[in-house]
Ligand binder design. Structure first.
Ligand code: C2O
Ligand code: CU
Length: 511
């Protein structure tokens, strides 16, 4: 069954108001709840998990430098919506099934407020994980203005909790950005893109295990998951009526495994103004934008010359990316539609400035350390393929201990056959470049033999990033300064099926 496209209007996600003040700063309470929601005109209501009664959760909007406190409350039912694999680390049968903890992705926060995977809690805090320390999180928001997102992060079930719906947007506004005169108000919107599959009764479908099944493990984690319906802001293939003017869209790929390579069916370009970590130096005019899970793109689309047109955001990224199945153009090949049918309500004074930001490049010569870190495929004791970072598992001793304030270069050496979006908590980094190398030779000798020149990051990657695509057969080099907090943080692949199955490691910043 394929659902009709573009029959539901794109939901505008509401902005959450603080509940009051605490210690002189705005205080928010956000409940994770089960709810039933219409995701499509022709689909019965779907049971999902949301925040404050909605999937996706309400957007939190703050100004740069505005400290807030948030209490994330687990009000979820006792029963999980989706099949839990109890062979996966942290999700063993003796653990409570409905555990959550919320991570602000891209947020610069102390470790106690980071939503560490082992800092989970159950309803009413009746049980908590070994690293749980507090109920109320502090978000100082002393970082560049950008689009962050919050999502569930409990060890071993992140893929399931996020798939059930536990994600939402978080915007840090830099008051200086006002002067840039970008499209704003009703002409600025968040687009959270996710893929889902459904059973005929409207319930969420998530596989109980891979095909063919793994002997002796059911349910089992799957190597990846690709839904055949694309949702934006919680509606399947929505449409948005727009005026013939410029709009700003903050696009988040909130999918478990799916990459999107987006184009506009009108052939017009996107003006990409920002990345994960804030504005680019200059807008990048590009006909396609590739987003791996958790990556964000801040874009302007100019509809002024398209009055009367219907424009679709299409997707042609294979899954798994980049060597997997080509997209089905009827389903996953389409994301949403813009209908340029509204009259121009006022003159469009917004502009696309030619200068947006001044990003100072981090210099490799200032690095205290260069680390070589492999991404490698192995087989677990049940015969399932899985991926490791640096050849180690989540529970292995911590091997990465950057010094507080120091700069490091990480060489992500991808020996596997697909692209892995690598995310570090706490820090933003810059991408130095990528270089193809001889994988077999490396496997035999441990030596890197380049097979081509180093290539600079894409134009729209030359900004601050917190998630980088590490392509197969390439060394992806990133540089970052470990500030401003010491402590324990995770880094991991943001394909959630990988993250849950050992492709996550702790690192510790040492003071
Ligand atoms: Cu968006 Cu550790 O994750
Ligand atoms: Cu991965």
């Amino acid at each position: 069954m394929t659902l009709s496209k573009f029959v539901d209007e794109l939901p505008v996600i509401r902005t959450l108001k603080p509940k009051g003040m605490m210690d002189g700063v705005p205080y928010y309470q956000i409940r994770m709840q089960q709810c039933r929601q219409k995701l499509h005109r022709d689909l019965p209501r779907t049971t999902v998990w949301g925040f404050e009664g909605n999937y996706p959760g309400p957007t939190i909007e703050v100004n740069r430098g505005e400290w807030i406190k948030v209490k994330w409350i687990n009000d979820l039912p006792q029963r999980h919506l989706l099949p839990i694999d109890t062979t996966v680390h942290g999700a063993e049968a003796n653990k409570p099934r409905v555990r959550t903890v919320v991570h602000l992705h891209g947020g610069v926060v102390r470790p106690e407020s980071d939503g560490y995977p082992d800092a989970w809690f159950t309803r009413g805090y009746r049980q908590v994980g070994p690293l749980f320390t507090r109920k109320i999180y502090d978000y100082p928001n002393r970082q560049r203005g950008t689009t962050l997102w919050y999502h569930a992060h409990a060890i071993g079930i992140t893929r399931l909790n996020v798939y059930a719906g536990l994600a939402g947007g978080y915007i840090i506004r830099d008051p200086l950005e006002e002067y840039l005169n970008l499209p704003k108000g009703p002409y600025e919107m968040l687009l959270l893109i996710q893929d889902r599959s459904f059973n005929a009764d409207g319930s969420l479908y998530y596989p109980i295990g891979p095909e063919p099944p793994v002997p002796n493990v059911c349910p089992s984690v799957v190597p990846d998951f690709f839904g055949d319906n694309i949702l934006v802001n919680g509606k399947i293939w929505p449409y948005l009526d727009v005026e013939p003017r410029k709009y700003r869209f903050r696009i988040i790929n909130g999918s478990n495994s799916r990459f999107y390579r987006m184009k506009l069916s009108s052939g017009q370009p996107f003006y990409q103004i920002g990345t994960d970590g804030g504005l680019l130096n200059t807008p990048i005019i590009t006909k396609q934008i590739l987003l791996a899970p958790a990556e964000r793109a801040d874009v302007i689309i100019d509809f002024s010359k398209f009055k009367g047109h219907n424009i679709v955001i299409t997707n042609d990224a294979p899954s798994p990316y980049p060597r997997g199945n080509p997209v089905n153009v009827d389903t996953e090949g389409q994301i949403m539609q813009f209908r340029v049918c509204l009259p121009l309500s006022s003159y469009d004074f917004s502009i696309i400035p030619c200068r947006l930001n001044t990003i100072i490049p981090l210099k490799e010569s200032c690095a205290r350390l260069i680390r070589n870190l492999t991404l490698v495929r192995e087989t677990d004791k049940f015969g399932r393929a899985f991926l490791l970072l640096d050849g180690k598992r989540w529970d292995d001793p911590i091997t990465i201990k950057p010094r507080l304030g120091s700069i490091e270069v990480w060489n992500l050496i991808n020996l596997a056959n697909s692209t892995h979006p690598i995310h570090l908590h706490l820090v933003n980094f810059q991408i130095l470049g990528r270089q193809p190398f001889h994988v077999e030779y490396y496997n035999k000798t441990g030596q890197i033999l380049p097979t081509g020149p180093a290539i600079l990051p894409d134009l729209n990657e030359r900004g601050w990033k917190d998630t980088v695509r590490a392509n197969p057969g390439e060394i992806t080099r990133i540089i970052m300064r470990f500030v401003p907090y010491a402590g324990l943080y995770p880094w991991h692949c943001h394909i959630l099926e990988h993250e849950d199955h050992e492709m996550m490691r702790p690192y510790e910043i040492i003071n």
